[in-house]
Design a protein around this ligand. Structure first.
Ligand code: TRP
Length: 363
C-alpha cells in the first residue's frame, strides 16, 4: 500500500500546503530510514478514545511501530485542565487511554507512555521556553483562539494561553523530530520550531541542540460525530473503541441523517450520510460511493444496520483484547510507571544540558 496523502478541502494556508506536501514525503522517509526519527505525540486525558481517534491517528501509530520508529506517547494531564477545574476524572481517563492503546496494538515495550504530571524536568522547560516567546505570539495562535471561542463566556486560564509552549516542552524534552497530529496542531508545531531555533541560537551558538520537529498528518479522513458536529470525547456523539456491540448499535440507531430516503454519497450536500458511509468504508475498504449505490433506495435503516455490523466486526478483536487487559488492575499503572521512569531520565538530561548552556549550574 502506498503511503498516505492527507485529504484536503482546497482552502489551506501556505504553511498548511507546505506541511501536506512535506508530510507525504516524511511517511516515505520514515519507512526507509526509521532510525532517523523519534516520534512524540499523545492526547489530553479527557476520556476514552473513539473510532475517530483510531482511524485518524492510532492506526498510523501502530504502522510506525511496525517500522520500528521510536515512539513517545504523552498523556497530557496538565493540558487536560486548560479549560476545566475538576481533576477527578483524570485517573480514569489515563487508565482508559492506556487500555485503548493496548487494545489497538500499541506495544509498551516499544512505545514510551508517560504523563506530564510525573516528569518535573519536562515541566521546568516551560520556563526558559516562555522567555523566548512573545505575548502576541501566544495571543494569535489560531487553535487556541478556536478553543477560547468554545469557552463562550467562561474565563480564559493562563494555562490555556501557554499550553502550546508546554507542548513544545513535551516534544523537545526528548528531542522528538516528528509529531503526528491533525491540522489543528500545526500552529503548535510551528511554535515549537521557533522555540527550538531561538534556544539553539541564544544558548548553543546555532548548533542544533533541539531539533526542529515536523508535523506528520495522518491518512484518515476526519470523521464527524453521529450528530453531525465535530466528533468529540466530551460531546457524547462518538463511538468509543471500548463500547459494547449493543452500545454501538444504540448510538448508530440515533445517528442524524436527512430527509432524502435514497442513500447517495455526497459529502457537501449530505454530510451526515456521507460520514456514515465513510465509517463503513474505513471498516471494509470499500469505496463510499459504491456502498451508497448498493444500499440506494433501501434507505438509512439498512445503512445503519449494516454499518453497525461492520463496525462491531472491525473492532471486536480490539474490544476483546481490551477486556483481557482490563482484568489485571495494576498492569496499566506499571506501564505508566516504567514510561515515566524513562521519560524522567531523558528530561533530566535535557534540562541539565540546557541549564549548563544557560550558565545556571552554580555548583
Ligand atoms: N494537543 C494535543 C491534543 O489536544 C495533545 C498533546 C499534548 C500533544 N502534547 C502534545 C500532541 C505533544 C502532540 C505533541 O490532542
Amino acid at each position: 500500500m502506498p503511503n498516505p496523502t492527507p485529504p484536503t478541502n482546497g482552502d489551506e494556508t501556505e504553511s498548511l500546503k507546505r506541511c501536506i506536501k512535506r508530510s507525504s514525503h516524511l511517511w516515505d522517509e520514515m519507512q526507509k530510514q526509521p532510525s532517523q526519527f523519534r516520534v512524540l505525540t499523545g492526547e489530553r486525558t479527557t476520556g476514552a478514545l473513539h473510532i475517530g481517534h483510531y482511524f485518524s491517528s492510532l492506526k498510523s501509530r501502530v504502522k510506525l511501530q511496525g517500522w520500528s520508529v521510536e515512539m513517545f506517547l504523552i498523556l497530557a494531564d496538565y493540558q487536560a485542565i486548560t479549560d476545566r477545574k475538576s481533576t477527578e476524572s483524570l485517573k480514569s481517563s489515563i487508565k482508559d487511554i492506556i487500555l485503548d492503546y493496548l487494545a489497538v496494538g500499541i506495544d509498551p515495550q516499544k512505545a514510551t507512555i508517560f504523563c506530564h504530571s510525573m516528569v518535573p524536568s519536562l515541566n521546568q522547560l516551560l520556563l526558559p521556553f516562555l522567555s523566548v516567546v512573545s505575548m502576541s505570539e501566544l495571543q494569535r495562535n489560531p487553535t487556541v483562539k478556536d478553543e477560547i471561542a468554545l469557552l463562550g463566556t467562561r474565563s480564559v486560564s493562563g494555562l490555556m494561553m501557554t499550553y502550546p509552549v508546554h507542548q513544545a516542552a513535551d516534544i523537545l524534552y526528548c528531542k522528538g523530530n516528528v509529531v503526528p497530529g491533525g491540522k489543528d496542531q500545526l500552529p503548535h508545531v510551528e511554535l515549537t520550531r521557533s522555540i527550538a531555533r531561538r534556544i539553539n541560537n541564544d544558548y548553543f551558538h546555532g548548533e542544533p541542540f533541539f531539533p526542529e520537529p515536523e508535523l506528520l498528518l495522518g491518512d484518515g479522513p476526519i470523521l464527524l460525530g453521529l450528530d453531525g458536529r465535530k466528533m468529540g470525547k466530551s460531546l457524547n456523539n462518538s463511538i468509543q473503541i471500548k463500547m459494547s456491540a449493543d452500545e454501538t448499535a444504540q448510538l448508530i440507531k440515533k445517528a442524524k441523517t436527512d430527509s432524502n430516503k435514497t442513500i447517495t454519497y455526497d459529502p457537501v450536500q449530505r454530510p451526515e450520510v456521507a460520514n456514515l458511509l465513510m465509517m463503513y468504508s474505513l471498516c471494509t475498504g470499500a469505496d463510499p460511493a459504491a456502498i451508497a449505490n448498493q444500499i440506494g433506495s433501501q434507505g438509512s435503516s439498512v445503512l445503519k444496520k449494516e454499518l453497525t455490523e461492520v463496525i462491531n466486526d472491525y473492532f471486536q478483536p480490539m474490544r476483546e483484547r481490551r477486556k483481557r487487559y482490563e482484568q489485571d488492575g495494576s498492569f496499566v499503572w506499571e506501564i505508566l510507571k516504567q514510561g515515566n521512569i524513562k521519560a524522567n531520565q531523558i528530561a533530566d538530561k535535557t534540562l541539565n544540558d540546557l541549564r549548563a548552556a544557560m550558565h545556571m549550574q552554580y555548583y
